[in-house]
Design a protein around this ligand. Sequence first.
Ligand SMILES: NC(=O)c1ccc[n+]([C@@H]2O[C@H](COP(=O)([O-])OP(=O)(O)OC[C@H]3O[C@@H](n4cnc5c(N)ncnc54)[C@H](O)[C@@H]3O)[C@@H](O)[C@H]2O)c1
Length: 359
Amino acid sequence: MPTVSVCAPAAEERYDIVIERGLLRRAAPLLGAYAGRRAAVVADEHTATLYGRALLCALRKAGAEATLLTLPAGETTKSAEQLFALYDAFLAAGLTRADAVFALGGGVIGDLAGYAACTYLRGVDFIQVPTTLLAQVDSSVGGKVAVNHPRGKNLLGAFYQPRLVLIDPNTLSTLDERQFGAGLGEVVKCGCIADSALFELLESLGSRKALVPHLPEIVARCCALKARYVREDPHDHGVRMQLNFGHTLGHALENALGYGRMLHGEGVCIGMAAAARWGERKGVTPPGTAKRLVALLDAYGLPSALPQGLSPEQLAETMALDKKAEGRTVRAVLLNRIGACDVFPMTARELVDLTFERA
Ligand SMILES: NC(=O)c1ccc[n+]([C@@H]2O[C@H](COP(=O)([O-])OP(=O)(O)OC[C@H]3O[C@@H](n4cnc5c(N)ncnc54)[C@H](O)[C@@H]3O)[C@@H](O)[C@H]2O)c1
């Protein structure tokens, strides 16, 4: 069973990411630490129906007293209201500091349940069981947990590392194509910023169908890459910012269009294509890189073009609002080549001009 270890500088923040097809049904031996403890399994209505039983069975087999808490699906669940609903449910279930919270679902459930675990009784054990591709390759690793504020995504958050991450790539077989594609965007990102061999593997496979048999290996590669960044920069002050490749514009698009109209990973795809063009125009990225990246995104049915009707003014405003902007400076990640990148402080205005500059 491939295991990636996240070796954060603080010993209490070290954990394993276990990746194996069918793991959910065979997880009991990995859950021995929860014997005799209560486990609140937070899921959304889809993941509760599809996988709730399997995780509850594994936990009960391991000797834990497990309860399933089901929330509505979708980004609006990452809210203060649902957070307080979770605290109520934890209290009703009698969860103490010795107990644990499991997140069974995509990034929404992982971020929300993680924030709840981090703040409930000043912190209880947290275990990620990600079921979307985006969550398996990105959001379940690294300890960023958050809820949204009406004025912006993830504005209320913390760093809180899970104790364990259990990844069963078989869960991806029930994911719809659009959600799968959004996760693939983050896989392409990993290739772009730090793993040219992964980028080339994606190019050689060339289609979603051909990629499916390679999912465990691809997920493991992305987790290993993220684990390296987390080890070097657990609190996102330096090199970890490279993981934001494509996110400056991606977040701005999500905000400009309103939550839910564009998926996070779709915004990232468009943002990566734009960032490759920014880099070429600034002379940082070798010519032809943007074309190569767009060809890969096209092959996997992923978006790369800006949405119609978006004005430079609208984009400038939302970019400057991004919480990663310091004053009017935005930290843009540009590619030195496929597989290597750097962070460049730029103004939101400069990025908007580069975005709308004619080729
Ligand atoms: N913490 C981080 O580091 C980090 C990184 C990236 C993104 N995020 C956050 O992640 C969130 C997006 O996560 P997401 O893309 O996983 O979306 P999501 O959690 O909303 O899941 C997408 C949909 O897929 C359904 N689903 C989940 N697993 C399924 C399965 N196996 N089969 C069928 N349906 C399934 C869910 O019920 C939901 O309807 C955003 O809020 C974003 O801000 C966090």
